[in-house]
Design a protein around this ligand. Sequence first.
Ligand SMILES: [Zn+2]
Length: 340
Amino acid sequence: MNAGRALWFSATTVAFFCGIAACAESGTADGAAIPSPSEAHFAAGRAAAEPDFPGLVTLCDAMPPAVTEARVVGNEGRRPEPPPLGPARVFDNLLFVGNRGISAWALDTSDGIILIDALASEKQARAGIEDGLRALGLDPEDIRILVISHGHGDHYGGAPYLVGKYNPEVIMGQPDWDALADPDNRINAPGWFDVPEPDRTIADRETVTLGDTTIELVVTPSHTPGTLATLFTVTDGDNAHEAVLWGGTGFNFGEHPGRLETYAASAEAMRIEVLDRDIDVLLSNHANRDLAHEKIPLLAGRGATDAHPFVMSPARVARGFEVFRECALGHAARIKASGS
Ligand SMILES: [Zn+2]
């Protein structure tokens, strides 16, 4: 049993025998301290993050403040533009067209481009997506489908501009369309920037095909209620790999244990799917999560026999979903134990 498995076993065992809050202060008969359920989950999450996921381990630290419209809109205009990153053809059919702060990914199909996320603004969409596609030899006029990973403005803010210019089909999870349409639903939909019009909604999971490329969109609450994970095949020369783009990562929705447990359940379901489907690439829409800013520069100097920096084994990708699950459960247990 490796260290990570031992900690997961320990966390599950403590939670099972103690209940979530009952034995937070308890010890064993010989006086050794038993970690509280939250501590056990956090320890398991931190262990699962070693060595591949330094960008995810911070989920086990203090939760960030909840996103609010006032906070986001108040900062708008004062926030420095993220430094550029890329563009880069990360796989033969997958392009990075984001920036150092926010990622957008483009699938280059036989019948045009599937764009995943629109960045935060027209300015970012012009610099990252339009200029990026052109620099890599593609034409933004060929954007046919825009998948919005979730209803936070840093991922849809550039959409009205792109839709007005290129008219792609716009796809987002049904719960996030609902939240964006509800002016009272500010935790889920802070309502920053103009919201694009929905063309297609995903209620659970669906496949979407463009030319020779089929992607699968899966609703994975609860970064937002309708956050979409996107599953697709990438190619690297003669090698094909299965990728998952986890559509929303942070716990920036406030101290809600039920929502954290829902997040953990989504992560656990995807962890199982990763192993069942041999998914060996884990991508994010923020470079600080999947370390795109460290991995993209490695592509330029990559030799013919060098491993691809974004590819890892399915077992290692699954460990990333253990980080999501354990950190979410750790915060849920912490909040419940505090009685809030
Ligand atoms: Zn978000």
